[in-house]
Design a protein around this ligand. Structure first.
Ligand SMILES: [Zn+2]
Length: 245
């Protein structure tokens, strides 16, 4: 999202501000999908957010506008703003410059309510987002002894060779290995691919954008089609490399 000094009145009027003029705002890490915090916004806060492309809220305890990160430096660059079906809640999708929480935690939701421990795994989005962040950090800091640093020092060609190697191992494990071996090889491949992407100066986010753009194309193609079987076939291939369908 680009800062827009004219900040659209239409955008502000799309929201049902209710009697107290406040709506809840969920801030989400745009890369990882992690929920970072919950706060509130009034018209002024949303307007400033749109104008600056940095998250602004209305602090209920201090009863005033709150520019997140103004003192701590932990600003949130707003990629897009969504609003819910009832137009009475906002979602800021952000690139955080630092922890969202005053405790120093990345997300305010770092505590698990006792008795609710389950087997909820973070899922592919947050995990790849975290991997991207860690790889980029290693490439910035190049810590001694880090494997990412070793790949960096040997260059794109070497990292690419590792990707080819890991891809071969995935295929062998798919044909011969047990599930654990296959999953481990697939994880190695994704790891090395993510380093190659970063070494190439690109981001997994950009790869995801290509995939989701293809998905959109497939969905719009299939909604124009009257053949249900064809659309399900298209859906099945939505992220495949074949772009001729
Ligand atoms: Zn917090």
């Amino acid at each position: 999202m680009k800062p827009d000094p004219r900040s659209s009145v239409d955008a502000l009027d799309a929201i049902d501000w209710g009697e107290d003029g406040l709506v809840p705002v969920v801030a989400q890490d745009a890369s990882s999908g992690d929920v970072l915090m919950l706060a509130y916004a009034d018209r002024e806060a949303l307007q400033r957010t749109l104008e600056s492309a940095q998250a602004h809220y209305h602090s209920r305890s201090r009863a005033r506008l709150w520019h997140k990160g103004a003192t701590s430096g932990n600003v949130q660059h707003v990629r897009e703003v969504r609003y819910d079906c009832d137009a009475d809640a906002l979602l800021y999708r952000v690139e955080p410059a630092g922890p969202a929480c005053h405790t120093g935690e990345r997300s305010c939701f770092f505590r698990l309510l006792p008795g609710t421990e389950g087997d909820a795994t973070p899922g592919i989005g947050p995990t790849m987002g975290l991997l991207q962040r860690v790889v980029e950090q290693r490439l910035r800091e190049l810590p001694e002894g880090s494997y990412v640093r070793r790949l960096h020092d040997r260059g794109v060609g070497y990292a690419g060779q590792k990707v080819v190697e890991e891809a071969g191992e995935v295929v062998v494990a798919a044909l011969q290995g047990d599930d654990d071996a296959f999953l481990a090889e697939a994880a190695d491949l994704l790891f090395h691919l993510s380093v190659l992407v970063a070494l190439r100066g690109q981001r997994l986010d950009a790869v995801a954008a290509v995939l989701s753009e293809r998905h959109r194309e497939r969905v719009s193609e299939s909604s124009e089609s009257s053949e249900p079987s064809e659309s399900s076939e298209q859906a099945a291939r939505l992220s495949g490399p074949d772009r001729q369908g």
